[in-house]
Design a protein around this ligand. Structure first.
Ligand code: MCA
Ligand code: AMP
Length: 506
């Protein structure tokens, strides 16, 4: 019987010589493939020694480090479910995720141990470990006593590998359940589609708590046995310094905008590069063209979601990479565009994007009703994205039917921010909209009405938000107004607000 554990597939792609360098960090530390093999075995043994139930969730909120990557591999290897959490999340956000997912293990930084462990123990979690980005913490101390030999846990394709929280189209954050089969099928398709080959080296500069940095980038390199240059934080100068040693780079559009602002980004710096990949948010055509002119390379734009991993891609080798489009549906992915009435639309017409394929998740964690709402009767997932397909098959995303702001590659849900502002003293009502921003692509702007007699201040509202929620969610400006534009049904016209504030950031 085959073992369908994703780790087994990644492990089988390791080079024969396990002493080769697998990862080089920004500070020059070298990790061999043997280090990944032994490190993940030790941590997997530790996890398995805890007597956790089948399908236990391992929630992780730690700074990016190679050890954090090893923890991800160990979780797969031991057969548990990985639940990554953005390091920007503060206590109310963490309380929700831990309360909802009920993880058996929580791993956090030692600086956050006090408040995270309190939340975790209250929610019934029995094991809280620390892991810091300087190779210390109780997780490593405990794993150091475990054997470096470990038999990979047996898994079926449908067994759960990870839960990624996302708000999808409406409401509170939902945990998208991704299986070993979902992730492996996507990794294999991308290996082929993006022409990964021997000698490829990836510059990894993304966070590792979302699909892009965790799955697309890491699986891409590992399933090809490719070395990664591992940068803990994105710094454009560091990336440019490392490009001559690399062949592949992946980034959200903000990373490309920031790289272009550096004079060091030249043809010479990119001489050994094979492929630049962008996604997670729309890449402006100006960025696409400027990149071509400066580096001689055409960025390959692709499109995906937490619920589906990658769905479409511009071609790597055969065919034109067309700016402003997200390319073609990947092999195995069925993508269609439908009108509001559920009718398929002809080429060129704009409608709702629906997808189906081995990469598409099975549903939202413990939310069968929400899951049912997001799938059509014939099994397609409703992405909430709006787009069109041209006669050659190129797909263009033109907007979203979901109320979502994508800022520097992070998702911000206006409903969540509005709910928070509306609870503040002196606030009667608020609306949050996304407006264009030269660096983050799009940022949130809050428009607030005060309660009669009250005089809340925009700056105070933003300061209050900064103290209670992840910083990237905080609107970059907050306006106090006397009324909000409404349609005849009384619903706030967000399009009018978007138009009003569209030139705010130039
Ligand atoms: C930081 N800030 C932000 C953002 N990041 N505000 C809005 N949007 C953001 N993305 C805040 C900071 O807290 C700070 O606030 C101020 O903005 C300036 O921060 P700065 O120093 O410029 O930020 P940074 O630390 O350099 O981070 C920017 C970043 C980062 C490198 C672009 O946001 C990032 O790594 N983004 C990538 C996200 C990603 O990996 N997405 C993939 C999702 P203050 O001044 O108040 O302190 S996966 C996905 O979407 C799907 C599936 C897909 O298709 O891939
Ligand atoms: P997430 O919920 O973080 O997985 O974000 C998924 C959303 O990001 C998609 O539904 C799209 O709206 C957006 N997205 C991802 N890639 C692209 C892209 N290349 N162009 C436009 N939007 C994108």
């Amino acid at each position: 019987m085959n073992n369908h554990n994703l780790f087994a597939a990644l492990r089988s792609a390791f080079p024969d010589d396990l002493d080769e360098v697998a990862i080089e960090t920004g500070s020059g530390l070298l990790y061999s493939w043997r280090d990944l093999e032994h490190g993940s075995a030790m941590m997997a043994n530790l996890l398995q020694s805890l007597g956790l139930p089948e399908g236990a969730r391992i929630a992780v909120q730690v700074e990016k480090s190679v050890e954090a990557l090893v923890l991800y591999l160990a979780t797969l290897r031991a057969g548990f479910v990985f639940l990554p959490l953005n390091t920007a999340y503060q206590s109310a956000e963490i309380e929700y995720f831990i309360g909802n997912a009920e993880p058996a293990v929580v791993v956090c930084s030692s600086a956050n141990f006090g408040w995270v462990s309190k939340i975790a123990f209250k929610a019934g979690t029995q094991n809280v470990f620390t892991l810091d980005d300087d190779r210390t913490g109780s997780l490593l101390a405990r794993a150091a006593h475990c054997s470096d030999q470990h038999e990979v846990a047996r898994k079926q394709p449908d067994d759960l590998a990870a839960i990624l929280y996302t708000s999808g189209t409406t409401g509170r954050s939902k945990g998208a359940m991704l299986s070993h089969g979902n992730l492996l099928s996507n990794a294999l398709v991308l290996k082929d589609y993006w022409g990964w080959k021997k000698g490829d080296v990836l510059v990894h500069a993304l966070p590792i708590f979302h699909v892009h940095g965790l799955f697309v980038a890491i699986h891409g390199a590992l399933i090809n046995g490719s070395k990664m240059i591992w940068l803990a934080k994105f710094d454009p100068k560091n990336v440019i310094e490392k490009l001559p040693e690399a062949t592949v780079f992946m980034g959200v559009p903000t990373l490309y905008v920031r790289l272009l602002a550096e004079p060091g980004l030249t043809l010479e710096a990119c001489r050994n590069m094979r492929l630049f990949i962008a996604g997670s948010a729309p890449l402006l055509i100006e960025t696409f063209r400027e990149w071509q002119a400066r580096t001689g390379h055409t960025i390959l734009e692709r499109y995906g979601m937490s619920e589906t991993a990658m769905l479409t891609s511009n071609p790597c080798q055969d065919g034109e990479r067309r700016g402003g489009t997200v390319g073609f549906a990947l092999p195995g992915v069925s993508l269609r565009v439908q009108g509001d009435g559920g009718k398929p639309l002809p080429d060129g017409e704009i409608g709702n994007i629906h997808v189906k394929g081995p990469n598409v998740f099975s549903g939202y964690w413990r939310m069968p009703d929400k899951t049912a709402e997001e799938f059509t009767a014939d099994g397609y997932f409703k992405t909430g994205d709006v787009g069109k397909i041209d006669e050659e098959g190129y797909i263009t995303i033109v907007g979203r039917s979901k109320d979502l702001i994508i800022s520097g590659g992070y998702n911000v849900y206006p409903a969540e921010i509005e709910g928070f502002i509306n609870e503040l003293p002196g606030v009667a009502e608020s609306a949050v909209v996304g407006v264009p921003h030269p660096d983050f692509g799009e940022v949130g702007v809050a428009v607030v009405i005060a309660k009669s007699g009250a005089t809340p201040d925009g700056l105070q509202i933003m300061a209050e938000m900064k103290s209670k929620m992840a910083n990237f969610k905080v609107p970059k400006q907050c306006f106090m107004v006397s009324e909000l534009p409404r349609n005849t049904m009384g619903k706030v016209q967000k399009n009018v607000l978007r138009e009003r504030y569209k030139a705010l950031f130039g």
